[in-house]
Design a protein around this ligand. Structure first.
Ligand code: DX5
Ligand code: ZN
Length: 217
């Protein structure tokens, strides 16, 4: 399994449809749409309308990453997405939140920040499709990759085997053709990639990220 999800936070939003077509041509598996509320993070990004608009221009699965203070209050607005990812520190009853996401007909992901213990998520591992490890502070693209989060990735890989579970192990933030190598080695198989996907020649940038995996096999 290898899943590449370009994060449109880094795209030229004045030419979003063209950027999306380019990542499609490069071999993207889905689109990562960060939703930011100016409160959980000191930035704003995208809205439910972005999701419904993108539906019309791409067959790619749409993954919504909620970087907002109160995701429970807005989940139904994102029912058009294929996957909804919540930050674990924003959902007081994570099990209930995941159940709502499923009732909306979406697959469910949970993201964990760098300074938070991933071990606390053990009870929800059988309930998620994706466990997304943040390798940067949420809020902005283009930050450097924090290699210390690879310990979380290794732990998740061990638990996945022990539990015989099927969730994807993702990394979001600072992924480049260089850092993706160590993330793959640690056991990650899902990557949200902003700046390194939408830089320069987008088709080639996405292809290059895929080729890293192909070369390692
Ligand atoms: C950060 C977002 C990421 C961001 C990654 O809060 O969740 O998805 O777009 O961007 P890069 O790949 O540039 O670190
Ligand atoms: Zn994200």
């Amino acid at each position: 399994m290898f899943h590449l999800s370009p994060s449109i936070l880094a795209a030229d939003t004045a030419n979003l449809a063209a950027a999306v077509r380019a990542v499609e041509s490069g071999g993207a598996d889905s689109l990562h749409i960060d939703i930011m509320d100016g409160h959980y993070v000191a930035n704003y990004a995208f809205s439910p309308k972005t999701v419904t608009d993108l539906r019309r221009v791409t067959p790619l699965p749409l993954h919504v990453h909620l970087e907002v203070s109160n995701p429970d209050a807005v989940l139904p607005l994102f029912a058009a997405a294929d996957m909804i990812i919540v930050q674990e520190d924003t959902a007081p009853d994570l099990v209930a939140t995941l159940a709502v996401i499923r009732r909306l007909g979406c697959t469910a992901g949970v993201a964990v920040n760098r300074n938070r213990p991933v071990e606390a998520l053990l009870p929800v591992l059988p309930l998620v499709d994706l466990l997304l490890v943040m390798a940067v502070e949420p809020g902005f693209g283009g930050q450097p990759f924090d290699a210390r989060v690879l310990d979380k990735v290794r732990w998740l890989q061990q638990q996945r085997t022990l539990l015989n579970a099927a969730f994807a192990i993702g990394v979001d933030g600072g992924i480049t053709p260089t850092t993706i190598v160590s993330a793959l080695a640690a056991g990650a198989d899902f990557f949200a990639v902003g700046s390194a996907a939408f830089a320069g020649d987008i088709v080639n940038a996405v292809r290059q990220l895929r080729e890293v995996k192909a070369r390692l096999c």
